[in-house]
Design a protein around this ligand. Structure first.
Ligand SMILES: Cc1ncc(COP(=O)(O)O)c(C=O)c1O
Length: 394
């Protein structure tokens, strides 16, 4: 049996009429940039995320970039993030001229480790003239936790640490739209627990566009306005540029398609959660709990529906590469997110990190394997995946 890592064909078939009608509307209007479809999608997305403002942008990468640019983060600044994420998180920090400061992860959730972050802030940083600086005399401006694989980072700790140290807090929620977190003062959705939340609608995401697209959510009116300017080269009046931004606009076709898909997002994430539950039960039934690391659900007991949205179902094993090869021979697609920790990327050699600096991120990069998951995946396909993994471990 061939099992694809992701197969969105059924999802498209079910919505194709509506999607075609929406894109036809755009084509008939010949209005492609900053038109009514974007305004409609932004309104719906803000409501869905429970955020006062939602700003459609050209990708998740550009969401991060626009936020850093709008906050004037740049040369001489340092921004703290996780050592284990998609490249864009650290890449955008570097692109604005700031230095990415990396922190190790928790081995179970793969998200940034709050104790490691606290140690860094308390042991390697100090306050000079009222500002937090690190050992390289860089100004620590912001903290960027990533909600990896659809599970929120420990935002109670992130909010507390950002407050204690007077840091901007920005969520990289590219993989976590709709995920919920039990904040001390009530539940909150990914992206809304900070100064700004960044999302990606890359086609394989839980909510995927037909190309590149992204979103920023935020609370403050003035900051939202600045972000809107930032996505248009900082332009306020026509051809008058208040500051340097970029072309970070989401186009009307993407907005129209996303608007059709958004109302289905929660049911798709629920179906992913069901599929994840099925995998976990089958792995346990096959006696594999001791052999492979399974995803954790730290917020499941808090009564939240979207406590995990399973953008990916990721297992771990020290024999990851052999296991992947075994599954590939049985026509099961898998993926490695990510084969290198961020400090292992050639382009970040200049940061001066050494092997062993972030042992959990390095171990995750060697051991994790993402299994096929999408809302419509069949139980037969999942059983086949589990059986083939059981066969591998003999
Ligand atoms: C954690 C994370 N951050 C940022 C991005 C960048 O998003 P995009 O691919 O839409 O530019 C992604 C997308 O894969 C991501 O997974």
């Amino acid at each position: 049996m061939r099992v694809r890592l992701l197969d969105l064909s059924q999802q498209y078939s079910a919505l194709s009429k509506e999607i075609r009608a929406a894109t036809d509307d755009v084509l008939a209007s010949q209005r492609f940039i900053l038109g009514p479809k974007l305004a409609e999608f932004e309104k719906a997305a803000a409501e869905y995320c429970r955020a006062p403002h939602a700003i459609g942008v050209s990708s998740g990468t550009d969401a991060l970039l626009a936020v850093f640019m709008a906050l004037e983060i740049g040369l001489g600044d340092a921004v703290i993030t996780t050592a284990y994420s998609f490249f864009a998180t650290a890449g955008c920090i570097a692109r604005v001229g700031a230095t990415p400061v990396l922190i190790d992860i928790e081995p179970e959730s793969y998200n940034i480790s709050a104790p490691a972050l606290r140690r860094y802030l308390e042991k390697q940083c100090r306050v000079v003239e009222g500002k937090l600086v690190n050992e390289n005399r860089q100004l620590i401006r912001a903290l960027v936790p990533v909600h990896l694989f659809g599970l929120c980072s420990d935002m109670n700790e992130m909010v507390a640490l950002a407050r204690e140290h007077n840091l901007l807090l920005i969520e990289d929620a590219a993989q976590a739209i709709g995920a919920e977190f039990p904040l001390e003062n009530g539940f909150a959705k990914a992206g809304t627990m900070s100064d700004a939340g960044c999302f990606s609608f890359y086609p394989s995401k839980n909510l995927g566009a037909a190309g590149d697209a992204g979103l920023i959510v935020c609370h403050h009116d003035e900051f939202a306005e600045r972000l809107r300017l930032c996505r248009q080269h900082g332009m306020e009046a026509r051809y008058k540029h208040e500051f340097v931004g970029g072309n970070f606009r989401m186009d009307e076709l993407q907005a129209a398609i996303l608007k059709v898909k958004l109302p289905h997002l929660d049911s798709w994430s629920a179906a992913r959660r069901e599929a994840a539950k099925f995998y976990t039960t089958e792995f346990e039934g096959a006696g594999l709990r001791e052999k492979i690391g399974l995803p954790v659900e730290p917020y499941a007991k808090s009564g939240l529906t979207n406590h995990h949205i399973y953008h990916q179902y990721v297992i771990r094993s020290p024999q990851r590469d052999e296991l992947r090869e075994h599954l590939s021979k049985r026509e099961i697609e898998t993926a490695i997110y990510y084969p290198l920790a961020l400090h292992e990327q050639p382009c970040f050699e200049y940061l001066g990190y050494k092997p062993g600096d972030f042992p959990e991120a390095e171990r995750a990069a060697r051991e994790t394997l993402a299994l096929p998951i999408y809302p419509e995946i069949s139980r037969d396909a999942q059983r086949y995946v589990v059986n083939c993994i059981a066969e591998f471990f003999g």
